[in-house]
Design a protein around this ligand. Structure first.
Ligand code: MSP
Length: 494
């Protein structure tokens, strides 16, 4: 078992406020980080997130907002931080690509690549989509000649760029992906990456001449570092150049990343460009490459792509205001399988909240604590039996652990829901409220101890997902202090 876990989310563009898509990835990372902390200890887990702030489309957004670039970025980075705080997301560090240490680090990394002679200057004639901040080829366009992601025609550009010799590294990376030394999950995404090698890939630009809002290339001040290149470097600068960690010897032990969590839109950059840059920098040392890249799917909202024009963008802060923080976390992560594409049925949030949380988990805990307070007279026997039953819950926890280790977050939530249902059914079947408490105390103790143990194990499994709820359950059925608190409903019906 690895004794450290370094995980990352993509760093998000600050051209607009965070939406539920960004929240989805960051929340998943938070759940994984919390789970790993439970497993290997808080100080051994490093969870990085942040914002991607340079490039033409950010400068455009600042101009539209009539703000100076840096002020605009400060404000928007603040929006991301606020949203993550509202969702109770506990990252270890929030990197901004306008942080000085990142700028210096990116320059240093690029200078090193130049020294190693893997960079050369050449002309680029071709297409560029500002929305993706990405060079794009004819064959990637849709039938109307537009970028499929942004539904806009790309710009035709002719410029001098510095290029990275990607082609030198393609055969090695392809092998690493093929034999799972560079793990790409789920399997269909690994196949997609292998398909990219087959299509053939060209060297890519590491700088652009016309983009002013960026980090200057150290040896050619007419160029700034291509925004994708410096964005990828955030994973490296946050560890090696971050003044908060630089001086700690242990920070070097955090490398390489154990998990990059990304959406399927940015798979090529993470699975091919990024490993190639690292191989070049670390002189071909494969042990310096990320261990695993997990690619999750994209969701639509009620069957439609989320977009400002359609007006269907969901602000995660609204979910928190309406349902509460843990409920918002539940509603975002429990919609569809992690790794697949899916649909979020915005209209069904209320239904799902009532079914899973109000009538499910909330009702069960209220039911159990009320029954215990009403029907138990022999508390000593009850706590002894509850402790014993609780210990026997290891099997469901083991199964849960396997799901979590495989990042099957949705399946883990489904397993929790199944246990909620079966515990509820167990109570309904045994009807402890119908038993006369003096005559049937032994039987009542047995039933309620079993049900209490089950909800305590549910609380354990819920801990990384719904930290507050998990703690509240443990306060209601307080096995350590041998106390039961009458439950106010944790999730009032909406
Ligand atoms: N700045 C780059 C990433 C650089 S990482 C070195 C970028 N930013 S982004 O703001 O566009 O964020 C993209 C990421 O947001 C996706 O990879 C995904 O994690 C998340 N999502 C954005 N929309 C989403 C959905 N509709 N569904 C699921 N996730 C979504 O690309």
């Amino acid at each position: 078992m690895s004794s450290k876990f370094y995980l990352t989310t993509p760093i998000y563009y600050v051209n607009a406020k965070p939406h539920i898509g960004h929240a989805y990835t960051t929340l998943a990372a938070d759940v994984i980080a919390r789970y790993q902390k439970q497993k290997i200890g808080e100080k051994n887990v490093f969870f990085l997130t942040g914002t991607d702030e340079h490039g033409a489309h950010i400068a455009e957004a600042a101009q539209k907002a009539k703000k100076n670039n840096q002020n605009f970025c400060d404000e928007m980075a603040g929006e991301f931080k606020k949203t993550w705080a509202n969702l109770n997301i506990k990252y270890s560090h929030f990197i901004r690509t306008t942080d000085d240490y990142h700028k210096q680090g990116a320059q240093e990394f690029l200078s090193m690549l130049k020294e190693k002679a893997v960079i050369y200057k050449a002309d680029y004639h071709g297409l560029y989509c500002t929305g993706c901040e990405s060079f794009i080829t004819e064959k990637e366009l849709d039938e109307k000649g537009r970028c499929p992601a942004h539904q806009k025609p790309p710009q035709k550009i002719t410029e001098k760029n510095w290029f990275f010799k990607l082609k030198n590294y393609l055969p090695v990376i392809q092998k690493l992906v093929e034999n799972d030394k560079l793990k790409i999950y789920p399997k269909n995404k690994k196949q997609e990456v292998l398909g990219l090698f087959k299509q053939g890939l060209d060297d890519f630009s590491v700088s652009r001449p016309s983009v002013k809002w960026g980090i200057p290339l150290p040896w050619d001040n007419n160029q700034t570092i291509y925004v994708w290149v410096e964005a990828l470097l955030n994973y490296w600068t946050a560890i090696f150049k971050n003044p908060s960690y630089k001086l700690q010897v242990t920070s070097y032990k955090k490398w390489p990343p154990d998990l990059h969590l990304i959406g399927k839109d940015i798979i090529k950059f993470h699975s091919i460009y990024w490993p190639a840059m690292l191989l070049a920098y670390f002189d071909g040392d494969e042990s310096k490459l990320p261990n695993k890249i997990f690619v999750h799917g994209f969701f639509t909202i009620n069957g439609q792509k989320m977009s400002k024009t359609l007006g269907n963008v969901i602000d995660p802060n609204d979910l928190v205001n309406k349902y509460g923080v843990d409920a918002a976390r539940w509603l975002i992560l429990s919609q569809f399988s992690f790794g697949a594409d899916g649909d979020i049925e915005g209209v069904k949030f209320k239904e799902k909240y009532n079914a899973d949380l109000a009538n499910g988990i909330g009702n069960l805990i209220a039911r159990i604590s009320a029954l215990c307070l009403k029907q138990i007279t022999d508390w000593e026997k009850f706590w002894t039996a509850a402790e014993k039953s609780y210990k026997l819950q290891v099997t469901s926890y083991k199964f849960h652990e396997t799901l979590m280790d495989n990042l099957q977050l949705y399946d883990a939530l489904k397993q929790i829901m199944r246990q909620v249902k079966s515990t509820d059914e167990y109570l309904t079947l045994n009807q402890p409220w119908k038993l006369e408490k003096d005559k049937n105390q032994e039987k009542i103790v047995k039933i309620l101890a079993q049900a209490s143990a089950s909800i305590l194990s549910i609380a354990d499994m819920l801990k990384p997902f719904l930290p507050e709820t998990s703690q509240k359950i443990k306060q209601h059925i307080n096995i350590k202090e041998k106390k039961i608190k009458s439950a106010q409903h944790l999730f009032p019906k909406k």
